[in-house]
Design a protein. Sequence first.
Length: 340
Amino acid sequence: MSKDLNIDWSNLGFSYIKTDYRYISHWKDGKWDDGILTQDNMVTISEASTSLHYGQECFEGLKAYRRKDGKIQLFRPDQNANRMANTCKRILMPEVPVEKFIDACKQVVKANEAYVAPYGTGATLYLRPYVIGVGNNIGVKAAPEYIFSVFCVPVGPYFKGGMTPVNFVVSDYDRAAPNGTGNIKVGGNYAASLLPHEIAAKQNFADCIYLDPATHTKIDEVGSANFIGITKDNKVITPKSPSILPSITRRSLIHLAKEYLHLETEEREVFIDNLDEFKEAGACGTAAVISPIGGIQYKDKFHVFYSETQAGPIIKELYETLIGIQFGDIKAPEGWIYEI
Ligand code: PLP
Ligand code: COI
């Protein structure tokens, strides 16, 4: 597209920029309407909406990538659609059908094509689908009406370091309860994370690590990303816990580690007292991609992995393979890529 946006693509961070169009669809009387694209970035809802008072809302995050040939592609949007459906079920919201979710994402990318960064800049178009309970209600019960919307923002790296390692501190707070909502993507988990994040940031850490809320002995999450560790014998380890958000990036990396890099992988408990078993570590997610973890502060001990200034070789290889697939330079496993 020829529109001149005056965006410094290579120096984008992760901040809101108003793009031209967003998709919005309403659910009423048991069904979703067809949805429209609108230029209005304001959402007007009843003061008695469940999303405002009782946290009946959820969101997703996925990206559109510009390939070398100029075409645009989405990475595994069906997986985000399925996870959002799971989230909706848990908090009694109507599910958005997978086809409707993917169609909305495609419409938003097409309508905002000028905001998909040129290939080679490293920037992407981040899509933010969400569902909110709306309509008039005051008791603690499911809303009478819902809105499903998707907007988009051009973004660069989530953690300032990009592929330079960043440090984390273990928080005393929990983001979710053992049988609560840690495994779904509801706003409440993120509201719970604001204070611990601020405490970590004030101490110059990129974010905090959450331990499992039941025993506080095992790594659950790395801020808004999953943990990935490489053992001294080159095994790729990710934590197993019922209160972790099932990261699509993590699942993809496990597949790539096995099938592309021929490494052993294991999903199991990761004890915070046993960080010595890892020679490399990273935080993985849509926004984070893979951010190498330099070190982790736990109580009065600072544990350094590979290096505080350089990513380790396996984390680097996993990163290159993942972004190679996302930007269309490496052949993707069947069904991972949706061309716009
Ligand atoms: N964990 C949390 C708490 C997150 O918010 C995210 C981001 O979506 C992730 C992990 C990573 O998940 P994904 O790779 O699906 O983006
Ligand atoms: C994502 O990676 O999509 C996230 O949800 C992380 C954060 C921006 C909330």
